[in-house]
Structures are given as C-alpha cells and as structure tokens.
Design a protein around this ligand. Structure first.
Ligand SMILES: NC(=O)c1ccc[n+]([C@@H]2O[C@H](COP(=O)([O-])OP(=O)(O)OC[C@H]3O[C@@H](n4cnc5c(N)ncnc54)[C@H](OP(=O)(O)O)[C@@H]3O)[C@@H](O)[C@H]2O)c1
Length: 313
C-alpha cells in the first residue's frame, strides 16, 4: 500500500515510519526539513519535502496515495503554555487541518487516518473506562484541538474517507517519558508530581500506537472514531513507581508541586491536562481485531526503559 505520513519525523511519526516500512508498505514522509531526507531514505522511505501551510508538490502526491496518516501538528512539548500560546496552537492546528482536507480529492484517496488525542473527550472521571461515545467536554489540550476535530467531522459528513483516532498517553523512550522520569532518575534528581493528584492514566506503548494507526487503515470504518490505549488504565503513581523499580533506583527523590505553582510554571493548559483523569477503553479498537504487542504497561515499560538505557551507553 502507498502510505503518506505527515509528521513522520516527529515523536510518533518516527516509530510509525519504522512500523510501516517493516509491514512492507511503500512509505512516504512529508517533512519541511530537507536535511532529514537522507536518514529517511536510508530506511527505504520516500521523502516529500514540503510544508502543509504552503502550496507544493505534496498537494499532487497526496492523491496518488492509498492512505494518509496525518500526525503533523504545531509543537507542544517542553515549554510553558499560556492561554495565548494555546490559542495560537489551535489556529495553527486548524490551518493545517483545513489545508490538508483542501488538498485531498475524496474520489482518489482511499483512507485518511486523522490523529487527535483523548484530551478532546476531557476528564473521564475515575469510575469506569470511557469509550468513544463519552460526551466530549474537552480539557487540557482538548479545547485547542477540538476545532480541528469538528472540522474533520464536517468533512467526513461531506464524504471524505476518514476515521478520527484518539491516542491516550503514548509512552516511549523519548519525549515526556525522558523529561519527566528517565533523566531525573538517572541523574539522581527529584521526579516532579502534582501535590494531591494521582489521576487515571491510559498508557499506550508507542509501537502499539503506530501499529494501531496502520491497522485502522484497513480494519477501521470510515466515519468512526477510535480510542487508542492499552488494556489497563491505571493511576499515574502506579506507572511512575514501576519505572522507578525498572530503573533500579532505591531511594528516589520526589518534588511535589502545588497546583498554583504548576499553573505558574507550566500554565493553565498543561495543569488542566495533568490533573484530569484519562481513563479510556480501547474496546472498539480491539473489536477490529487489533492485537497488542504490549497489552499493558507491565509488558511495555521494560522494553522502553531498556531502550532508553541503551541509548545512554
Ligand atoms: N505525543 C503524544 O503523547 C500524543 C498523544 C496523543 C495524541 N498526539 C497527537 O499526535 C500528533 C503527533 O504528535 P507528536 O508528539 O508525534 O508530534 P511532534 O513530535 O511535535 O511532531 C510534529 C510533526 O509535525 C510536522 N509538522 C509541523 N508543522 C508542519 C507543517 N506546516 N507542514 C508539514 N509538517 C509539519 C513536523 O515535521 P517537520 O518538522 O519534519 O516538518 C513534525 O514531524 C499530534 O496531533 C498530537 O496532538 C500526541
């Protein structure tokens, strides 16, 4: 299958590209950065250099594809997110979405997998894992991706062959896992958490997230939403303690930050994101026949910790 991945150079995209090549697909990546081409081409990937926000060759190429997985998004991680930053993120996100749909000819493309996030649904509460039918009340990043999700839903209603997917917390050997856990534990610095909060958390191993996106191209239904998480939502402190155990740290240091200080340091969006429960079910994904490589964090975390430690040696 010819598959174009937008955002194929990012956190999820890098692993998705590997899984797509491994699965034998003719894999194309759209990137703005010509310098990333060489490494991708060595992997057997075809690179399209282009910016979704500008006209270019990508607009023709997109309709030669069987499927597009859309991950491209403005950057989010690693800085304070004020309301102003978040509003500009929302504008950027929506602009990418509108230009993507404008380039697609729904008669040519077979499937678009449009990637959102479970913050679109908001705080799940801690009672039972919620499904795709949970009434959306976006929290954290949610309000800032919801204009894009609403736009994608309108386009689907007009006949675009898309499914919208909502990954929960994607864990892998880099990004937030490295920043929040691996680096501090490795350097004997405190792990920071929010005082008085241990919200539910629905992890998904980054390889399984990538595999689920590929799986849904063929097994998902047009117009349907799919949550991507593993089989076991859990409290975030349980997840953290398992990482500490696997890293072999006997006397970890902790720094508890009160909510008001978190607001000051990270801003209201990330504070809301960090305090909301993410207790979601991937039952619908499983009903499409998807099989996890790492069904729960118990299988997945050792692989991720090992991979990160190998990168340090
Ligand atoms: N990370 C998570 O835990 C998580 C969880 C749930 C959902 N999600 C969603 O999954 C998506 C991908 O997340 P991520 O963490 O992998 O993102 P990321 O690492 O920040 O990567 C973003 C990608 O977008 C591309 N991009 C940005 N602007 C572009 C433009 N104008 N034209 C073409 N490409 C552009 C960048 O490519 P170049 O710089 O190479 O051009 C980069 O590869 C996002 O929608 C995010 O909200 C993420």
């Amino acid at each position: 299958m010819n598959i174009l991945i937008t955002g194929g150079t990012g956190y999820i995209g890098t692993v998705l590209v590997e899984e797509s090549v491994k699965a034998g697909h003719n894999t194309y990546v759209l990137t703005r950065n010509r310098e990333k081409s060489e490494a991708l081409e060595k992997q057997g990937v075809k690179v399209i250099v282009g910016d979704i926000l500008q006209d270019g060759q990508w607009q023709q190429k997109i309709n030669d594809m069987d499927a597009v997985i859309h991950l491209a998004a403005p950057p989010t991680w690693g800085k304070k997110v004020t309301k102003k930053v978040a509003l500009s993120y929302a504008d950027g996100h929506l602009e990418l979405t509108k230009r993507l749909f404008a380039a697609i000819d729904p008669k040519h493309l077979k499937r678009l997998i449009f990637v959102g996030g479970t913050s679109y649904f908001g705080d799940s509460g801690n009672e039972a894992p919620r499904t795709e039918s949970f009434q959306a009340e976006p929290k954290g990043w949610g309000p800032y991706i919801s204009p894009s999700i609403k736009y994608a839903k309108e386009k689907i209603a007009e006949g675009y062959p898309a499914s919208i997917v909502f990954p929960a917390q994607i864990y892998g050997p880099s990004s937030w896992m490295e920043q929040l856990f691996f680096q501090p534990l490795y350097t004997n610095k405190p792990i920071t958490s929010l005082k008085g909060y241990s919200p539910y958390f629905s992890p998904i191993h980054i390889e399984d997230c990538a595999r689920a996106l590929l799986h849904l191209i063929e097994k998902g239904e047009i117009g349907e939403d799919y949550i991507i998480s593993d089989l076991q939502p859990l409290k975030s402190t349980v997840f953290r303690d398992e990482i500490i155990k696997l890293m072999g740290v006997r006397n970890p240091k902790f720094r508890e930050v009160p909510r008001w200080l978190c607001q000051l340091l990270l801003g209201p969006v990330l504070t809301e994101y960090a305090t909301a429960h993410t207790n979601f079910s991937s039952k619908k994904l499983q009903e499409t026949g998807f099989k996890f490589r790492y069904p729960t964090y118990i299988e997945g975390l050792p692989q991720v910790v090992d991979a990160w430690l190998k990168l340090q040696s």
